[in-house]
Write a protein that binds this ligand. Sequence first.
Ligand SMILES: C[S@@+](CC[C@H](N)C(=O)[O-])C[C@H]1O[C@@H](n2cnc3c(N)ncnc32)[C@H](O)[C@@H]1O
Length: 326
Amino acid sequence: MTLDKINKDWTKLGEKDPLWAVLVDPSKRNGGWDPDEFLATGQREVDVALARLDQFGGTPVTRETALDFGCGAGRLSQALAKHYEKVIGIDISAPMLATARRLDRTGGRCVFVHNTRPELATIPDASVDLVFTSLVLQHVPPDLAETYLREFGRVIRPGGALVALMPAATRATIKGLVFRYAPHQVVALLQKRVLGYPAPMRMTTIPTDQMRAILAGAGLVVLGAAEETGYGDHWHFIRYYAVRPGIPTQETAGETRPFREQSAQATQATQATPKQVAPQQPTLDREEVARKDLGRVVPRPAESAGSGPEPPVAAGPEDAKPGNAG
Ligand SMILES: C[S@@+](CC[C@H](N)C(=O)[O-])C[C@H]1O[C@@H](n2cnc3c(N)ncnc32)[C@H](O)[C@@H]1O
């Protein structure tokens, strides 16, 4: 599947029914999502994930800029703007971005950028504090997902973090097995002809070990990986929490003043003395070292998909029961 095809499919999905295409819920088709309800799912998801990142000791040292990759209608971008001064939402689908701009209530603190390339050419090296991506990498082939993950490693500042959601495997449900064994073309046909999707939504998985290796190759230290249960019954979704080691220099640091809307937890994190993280290490034992060097007591990350510690509260837009493709 080429980027051109991904672009065409998501352009169509964004034109026909953008909010439903983001959170696939049969009861919300044809404009059925109430925008407030839709945006509230994003706020819950971001608040829980960032609290989790903080528990792992990964809250970025500065919180000037967050990048929301595959931002869609800005559901998570707006939520991130409660924690970060500025949010850059990037998406391949122009109509999705138009919807994001229309729904934006952050008074210009979210900037939405169209990108149809495998690299994030408009984002300089070491220029963002956090990359957040959810319900996106699953829709691109694994080699392209790897390319983007490397780009995330490039654009994150030393002391910054990545929070990324990716399914590790399908579950043994009928739908999960269809996605596991049927060729993509067959799934695409079923989605269009049987389920009436405006365009197919490809689903792909990357096993946890492979994700850890990719993240290590991208220069990121994985602090934790936790299974998420709020995204339907057919995939093992894992949220990865990683940091780019190092202390921000004057050149790479964003503004260091505390962000005015920061949570108590994040305030604590900002005020904590930044500690240098050990050089990027691929093995769990070395990750342990890195976590200690971050100066936090954090749980050992899950060894494999499904064994991650439970989030502090239910994560994800489970009220919406978003099958997200199927
Ligand atoms: C299911 S939606 C999720 C949107 C948003 N992350 C959220 O959770 O609210 C997937 C989004 O990823 C975007 N997308 C898919 N492939 C992409 C790519 N290669 N580059 C950038 N965006 C992409 C789609 O256009 C769509 O807006």
